[in-house]
Structure formats: structure tokens, C-alpha cells
Design a protein around this ligand. Structure first.
Ligand code: CP
Length: 317
């Protein structure tokens, strides 16, 4: 069963992936998020936008940033919110994600924000739902994290302007297992980024097809030369147990972003990280907390981006 994230008339019905999403829709969402930003962290101006609508956060994997900011975004827009706690639910009795979703749908949930460890799981739930129920992918497997991609682009636009054609952006780390990297790559391409560089250990890089058009390498120092932005990825610690990384110290030595290394980038380069960070593994404290870090701006931008997505998908008129 497959499902399209677009209505037949081209409007968004779900947000499942940034892969193939038009530049126009992406820019509209980013413009909408920028306009909502002054109202994202408080106030009541938009409290009627989703009045009477019900949103459920259905997370089968842990989350701090994505779940909390979707919940706050829904509250700022006046929706009723239901936080589904998987750990205390009947999923432990064997209820499937599909039956769980249908059960909540039967209670009047209009929209689900879903995170699941399996690639394609969110699209499968959307395909099994009523035609007018809305789905937003909050991360599936290693495939997609579309709102993270959008908030990363909003953060870049705020620091570097809306014309990406002259930007050099580097993504570094465990690209192979990263849904953030995939969504960022789709978004950077759609927005016409001048040069996209990708760097990481050979065994943590994906198929060449995913990296088409990117400058790919294993030398982090060389990759940093003259970049406008560097997006560091979390090294999932289980990669060491799987033998993909010899040691965390060795990884930091080769691929950790330190103040000395960052000097190779442009002086006004920004440092990004989707969080949660492994300090001392992929990023040094002095960089994470330094003047070029926009990591907590990214977190803050999660709110207006998610408000924009919810308003686009759920507001009538
Ligand atoms: N960036 C991100 O998805 O963070 P969480 O896992 O905390 O939601």
C-alpha cells in the first residue's frame, strides 16, 4: 500500500518526506515559519487557528526536541493535544501500530505526528488510515525527518539569507544511519545550494546514489576549508559496539569538530547539530557552546516550523 503526501490538486495532505517536495512548497513552509516566529514562543494570537482539531503525538521511539515542540506548536495554534505514551500503552500486549493508530483515530484524532524505528512505517500508517486523517513524519528509521530538515533550512536562511546558490554546506559524521542527513540533503538540493560536501568514515557513508552531486571525502580538515555551514551528526554509540567505529576517542580525533578545526571554515561559518549531541565524540564543548554555534537556534526554530506545518495541513480556509 502506498500513499501520496499530496492532494490531487498539489496541496500537501501529509508531510512524510522532503524527497521530491517542490521548492515552492518548501519555501512557502519556510516563509510561513518565519512569519510565525514572533508568536512561536508565547502569546495567544494564533490560538483559534486549530480550535476543535485534535493532534496526537505517537512516538514509538524516544524524543525530546521533536515531540515537545510539536506539542507546544499544537497548543500555540489552539489544537487539543494527546501525548500517547507507548511505554504504558497496550502495545506491550502486542497491539500493532496500525491498530493503535486506528483506536486513537476512532476517538476523533485528526492528525498524528509519528516517529518509528522502521523505514516507511509512517507512510504505512497513513495508507491504513481514514482518507482525511493527517500524518506528519517525525522520523522513520534512517529515511526521513522532514521537519528537522525544514528547521535546519530556516536556521540557515536566518544566518545566510534566502539565496543558497553561493553557499558551501558540509554534512559530517554518520551519514549512513542518519534520517536528518537525508532530509537535509533533499532540502539543500531543492533550495539550490551551491556546493554540498559530505564527510565521514567510509563505512558510515551511504550509497553513492544518495550522495549524487555532493563532494564526498574522508578528510574532515580538507572538507571544512571555506565552508559557510557545517552540520555535525550524532554518532550513534551503538556503532562502536557494532565494530563500525574503532573507538570514540579515535572518532573524535578524526571527525570531531574542535575550535582549531573550525578555523578552516569561513570566519562567519555556522555550526549546526540536530541534537542530542555527544559532546567530546563528534563535537567539542567549546564549539557547541561557542559563538558560531546555532544549535539552540535550531531547537527554537522547531516551534515555528512545526506551527507552519500544522497550520498548512490542518487549518481550514
Ligand atoms: N533532533 C531530534 O530529532 O531530536 P529528538 O530525538 O530529541 O526529537
Amino acid at each position: 500500500m502506498s500513499v501520496s503526501q499530496l492532494h490531487p490538486d498539489g496541496r500537501l495532505q501529509h508531510l512524510l518526506t522532503l524527497d521530491g517536495l517542490s521548492t515552492g512548497i518548501m519555501e512557502e513552509l519556510l516563509d510561513s515559519a518565519e512569519a510565525l516566529r514572533p508568536h512561536a514562543h508565547g502569546g495567544t494570537v494564533f490560538r483559534n487557528v486549530l480550535a476543535g482539531r485534535t493532534l496526537c503525538t505517537l512516538f514509538f521511539e524516544t524524543s525530546t526536541r521533536t515531540r515537545s515542540s510539536f506539542q507546544l506548536a499544537a497548543i500555540r495554534l489552539g489544537a487539543d493535544t494527546l501525548v500517547f505514551d507507548v511505554s504504558s500503552s497496550s502495545t506491550s500486549k502486542g497491539e500493532s501500530p496500525l491498530d493503535t493508530m486506528r483506536t486513537l483515530e476512532a476517538m476523533g484524532v485528526d492528525a498524528f505526528v509519528v516517529r518509528h524505528a522502521r523505514d516507511g512505517a509512517v507512510a504505512e500508517l497513513a495508507a491504513g488510515a481514514r482518507p482525511d486523517t493527517v500524518f506528519i513524519n517525525a522520523g522513520d528509521g534512517r529515511s526521513n525527518h522532514p521537519t528537522q530538515g525544514l528547521l535546519d533550512m530556516l536556521t540557515l536562511r536566518q544566518r545566510k539569507g534566502t539565496d543558497f546558490s553561493k553557499l558551501r554546506v558540509l554534512i559530517c559524521g554518520d551519514v549512513l544511519h542518519s534520517r536528518v542527513a537525508r532530509s537535509d540533503l533533499h532540502a539543500l538540493r531543492a533550495l539550490g545550494t551551491g556546493e554540498i560536501r559530505v564527510c565521514g568514515p567510509t563505512n558510515l557513508l551511504p550509497d553513492a546514489s544518495l550522495l549524487a552531486g555532493c563532494r564526498v571525502g574522508q578528510d574532515f580538515d580538507a572538507a571544512l576549508d571555506g565552508v559557510d555551514a557545517v552540520i555535525m551528526l550524532r554518532l550513534q554509540r551503538e556503532r562502536m559496539e557494532q565494530g563500525l567505529v574503532p573507538s570514540l576517542e579515535g572518532y573524535f580525533h578524526e571527525f570531531g569538530l574542535t575550535p582549531e578545526r573550525l578555523r578552516r571554515a569561513r570566519p562567519d561559518a555556522v555550526v549546526m547539530h540536530p541534537g542530542p549531541m555527544n559532546r567530546g565524540v563528534e563535537i567539542a564543548d567549546a564549539v557547541a557552546d561557542g559563538p558560531q554555534s546555532v544549535i539552540f537556534d535550531q531547537v527554537g526554530n522547531g516551534l515555528p516550523v512545526r506551527m507552519a506545518v500544522l497550520r498548512t495541513l490542518l487549518a481550514s480556509g
